[in-house]
Design a protein around this ligand. Structure first.
Ligand SMILES: [Zn+2]
Length: 385
């Protein structure tokens, strides 16, 4: 604000004060006191009415009295706390979600997948390496495993890392690439190159070889088949298949034993995500590596996740069809379309959570952690995609 306009405002306030004072000065003291008493009475009456109305509104609609604060719970609110509410104790993780123990002195474990292919994991994130006659191919270099990968390779082989494959561009899976050192050939999908150019992260060096549809890597007597199945988790996320070992690695799509990470693992295309789970299910492999959680997966794990996906879809579809928009909304919010939809979508998500809880809460690890997220993203994709 300029000095001039500030002075203007001060002078206006001054004028108003003077204006109030002038008539009082011209009145006699009796009429002034009557007037003051009357004003006080009217003022108290208004304050009283306002306080009464406010208290009644607080009781029926708003526990703290502040606009935007939590009100009465929705009818049939799930026992699982919604997003943003602190949970005292999360549900126990079922045994089926656990994996082999990690030696705490090492911090990682290596799983032999057969014929020179290995998985390395800290039981939270997973990558692989493939040994051939003259070197090693590393598949993903997660930030948290970067220090362990050379040690794990050294347990088995003294050959150098000659190739590095990126499953996709995300830093949690390839943010340790630079730390591996050397100058390996880096292979990725062309969309991954585009995204990494944009991200300009020195810890994720750009791929040196890219492809658009399929790429077969032959090194010594080892083979890896890379293929692209479209956008689901993010553009450029590929399938990596080792035919001799019958191992399929697809990252951030299926989580053996667990609920997917929130919002179907942040899938950028949820219909595409559902389709890829079905593709993985129908493919011919023996061992699945998902890039996360404590163990590898089986066809039973993928079948279970596909069944869960279909149940979420059905539950959200039914909730959308049977929930009445606007029902129970505070009439004072009737001209606020954002509030109208928030109130509707909350009730759809609540019904979706209620439908899924009896069957799924003990079947998948982390059900209570992300079920609200899954229901919110499912209702959204059904409504607009
Ligand atoms: Zn990712």
């Amino acid at each position: 604000m300029s000095k001039e306009s500030n002075n203007d405002r001060l002078s206006l306030w001054g004028t108003a004060t003077n204006y109030q004072r002038t008539p009082h000065d011209s009145e006699n003291s009796v009429s002034r006191n009557v007037r003051i008493a009357w004003l006080c009475f009217v003022g108290l009456l208004i304050v009283g009415i306002c306080a009464g109305v406010n208290a009644a509104y607080s009781q029926s609609n708003n526990s703290s009295g502040a606009q935007g604060a939590a009100g009465e719970p929705y009818p049939n609110m799930p026992s699982i706390a919604p997003i943003g509410v602190r949970i005292g104790k999360y549900m126990d993780v079922p045994a089926s979600a656990q994996g082999p123990a990690i030696d705490p002195a090492k911090g990682y474990r290596v799983q032999d997948l057969g014929k020179g292919l290995y998985m390395i994991t800290d039981n939270a994130i997973q990558s692989m390496f493939l040994i051939y006659d003259r070197g090693v191919v590393v598949i993903d270099a997660p930030q948290n495993l970067a220090a362990y990968i050379p040690k794990a390779i050294a347990e088995i082989s003294d050959k150098p890392i000659t190739h590095l494959i990126y499953s996709h561009s995300h830093a949690d899976h390839i943010g340790g690439a630079k730390a591996l050192g050397g100058h390996p050939i880096i292979i990725a999908h062309e969309e991954t190159l585009r995204l990494l150019k944009r991200d300009a992260d020195p810890n994720r060096p750009l791929p040196t070889v890219t492809f658009s549809d399929k790429y077969t890597l032959r090194v010594g007597n080892q083979v890896l088949e890379l293929s692209y199945h479209g956008n689901a988790h993010e553009p450029g996320n590929i399938f990596i298949y080792a035919p001799a070992q019958r191992v399929l690695m697809v990252v951030d799509i299926v989580f053996p034993g667990w609920m997917p990470w929130r919002r179907f693992a942040l899938a950028q295309d949820i219909p595409g995500y559902f389709a890829q789970v079905e593709e993985i299910r129908k493919m011919d492999w023996d061992t699945f590596v998902g890039g996360h959680v404590a163990r590898t997966g089986t066809h039973a794990d993928v079948d279970l996740q596909a069944e869960f996906n279909q149940d979420v879809k059905q539950a959200a579809a039914t909730a959308l069809a049977t929930t009445k928009p606007g029902e129970g909304l505070n009439p004072l919010d009737k001209n606020n379309p954002w509030a109208f939809f928030d109130h509707y979508i909350d009730r759809v998500a609540a019904q979706c959570v209620n439908t899924l809880t009896p069957k799924w809460s003990t079947k998948l690890g982390g059900f209570d952690v992300y079920i609200w997220d899954q229901c919110y993203s499912m209702e959204q994709t059904l409504r607009i995609e």
